[in-house]
Design a protein around this ligand. Structure first.
Ligand code: PGA
Length: 251
């Protein structure tokens, strides 16, 4: 099976509505000729409808950075899958390490969020990755196994055909430190096998596994040459349309 690469930009808590629209429009213009890579941007919630309108009919796909697992209810400050869907969202990032670290997301809430997203036809991007301390202690694979297994436990593989997995070593996010090619290759192969044993062989084949953590124009080509790397989740370097375009158009 051939997997079309996905280059996704996570804008985190950056950009007001007008700024998000401006960047999205520039990106859409600069990437109008890109057909071999799926491009996604994930602005803040309030920017989603504005950006959806701005990129309609272009090659840019829209993602959200989080969702709540309930469909509606008294959950002040939360956003449901239906709300995202009707705002024009196609992808949703789930379990990003910043959410695990600062907002107490657990593998259990991640599991429910994946289920809620898939049930509404949103494409979940499940983020996993070890901290520096976990890697130093030799627990990288143990950590990833738990995050993947618990995050996807009990899910019908039929509902995971659009699943995306993002390997983001926590120590590489926003630090300028990228995992080396051997480390990335080793982990991505491990994750592909994990999907096969924990979910299904079909899921292992269809799931795009992205690398994330200080991806920039200077290192994207090397990362994309690695077996089992099907794209990238980009934070800081996705905020500028020119820089992000240079990542999307890697060669
Ligand atoms: P970074 O962030 O590219 O700024 O390291 C990646 C991410 O958090 O998804």
């Amino acid at each position: 099976m051939t997997r079309k690469p996905l280059i996704a930009g996570n804008w985190k808590m950056f950009k007001t509505g007008p700024e998000a629209v401006d960047t999205a429009v520039h990106l859409a213009e600069d990437c109008a000729d890109v057909t071999d890579v799926d491009i996604m941007i994930a602005p803040a919630y309030v920017c989603l409808p504005l950006v959806a309108a701005a990129i309609a009919g272009t090659r840019i796909h829209l993602g959200a950075q989080n969702l709540h697992f309930e469909n509606q209810g008294a959950f002040t400050g939360e956003i449901s899958a239906d709300m995202l869907k009707t705002a024009g969202v196609e992808y949703v990032i789930i379990g990003h390490s910043e959410r695990r670290q600062y907002f107490f997301e657990t593998d259990d809430t991640v599991n429910k969020k994946i289920k809620a997203a898939a049930a509404k036809g949103l494409k979940p991007i499940l983020c996993v990755g070890e901290t520096d301390a976990q890697r130093e202690a030799g627990n990288t694979f143990l950590t990833l196994d738990k995050q993947v297994s618990d995050g996807l436990k009990g899910h019908d593989p039929k509902h995971l055909k659009d699943l995306v997995l993002a390997y983001e070593p926590v120590w590489a996010i926003g630090t300028g430190q990228t995992a080396g090619p051997d480390q990335v290759a080793e982990v991505h192969e491990y994750l592909r096998n994990l999907l096969e044993t924990r979910v299904s062989p079909d899921t292992a084949q269809s799931t795009r596994i992205l690398y994330g953590g200080s991806v920039k124009p200077e290192n994207i080509a090397e990362l994309m040459r690695i077996n089992d790397v099907d794209g990238a989740l980009v934070g800081g370097a996705s905020l500028d349309a020119n820089t992000f375009t240079n990542i999307v158009k890697y060669d």
